[in-house]
Design a protein around this ligand. Structure first.
Ligand code: DX5
Ligand code: ZN
Length: 225
């Protein structure tokens, strides 16, 4: 059975205490920190740049940092985030004129490369670049904001993404981002996801560990089926 990763999204953390929040959520059992980068151009919201990623590293954060670029264009930021300490960099195919080149650029800087698939986007963009992808990020909400409701139609796409990965025979994660909570994580895992991004479900609760433990208890049900 595959190992499941839970990546808390810092978008819902207290930005005034970001270093502390990042450390707390890792100590509470988070497998990676998901950092949402929004540019008020590709998506209608504005968050953080490479400086903040670098600041987290300087603060002492050693866990995996998974950067989700919701920016257009992407190439300059790929280089900057790689230098700032990112481990995974994911972008949206609509935001790069040369998807193959952008994926290769991420790997050339020693990071894992991801493609993010919006709710209305098909998986076709993966067809000729699957050998350059380490992660498929299925967006289960429209990108731009935390706290949105999971779009059920994306479940079928998770099934298709898992099938693509199995056919490829490669080690590629199927991650899901948006509206993930303890009460739907099992369904999403059953569809084929093995990495779960969750922001508001974790950071709105006082006890981060309790939320992630409940999520993992749900995932254990899949292993016992
Ligand atoms: C949305 C972001 C998500 C967001 C998820 O554009 O990509 O990572 O933080 O937040 P929740 O878990 O609250 O839906
Ligand atoms: Zn995200």
């Amino acid at each position: 059975m595959q190992n499941f990763l839970i990546a808390p999204s810092l978008l819902s953390a207290d930005f005034a205490r970001l270093g502390e929040e990042a450390a707390a959520v890792l100590a509470a059992g988070g497998d990676a920190l998901h950092l949402d980068v929004m540019d008020n151009h590709y998506v209608p919201n504005l968050t953080v740049g490479p400086l903040v990623c670098e600041a987290l590293r300087k603060y002492g954060i050693q866990g995996m940092i998974d950067v989700h670029l919701m920016t257009k264009p992407v190439d300059r930021l790929i280089v900057d985030f790689a230098k700032a300490g990112a481990n995974i960099i994911t972008f949206h195919p609509e935001a790069s004129d040369h998807v193959d080149r952008s994926l290769a650029l991420i790997r050339s800087h020693g990071c894992k490369a991801g493609l993010a698939i919006n709710p209305a986007t098909t998986l076709h963009c993966l067809e000729y670049v699957i050998d350059k992808v380490d992660l498929i990020l299925i967006m289960s909400v429209n990108p731009g904001f935390g706290g949105q409701k999971f779009i059920p139609a994306t479940l079928e796409k998770i099934v298709q993404a898992r099938a693509l990965v199995e056919t490829s025979g490669k080690e590629i994660r199927v991650a899901v981002d948006g509206g993930i909570k303890a009460d739907n994580i099992l369904e999403v895992a059953k569809a084929g996801a093995d990495m779960f991004i969750a922001g508001s479900a974790i950071f709105t609760q006082p006890d981060y560990k309790a939320v992630m433990t409940e999520m993992r208890n749900q995932l254990k049900k899949l292993k016992n089926l």
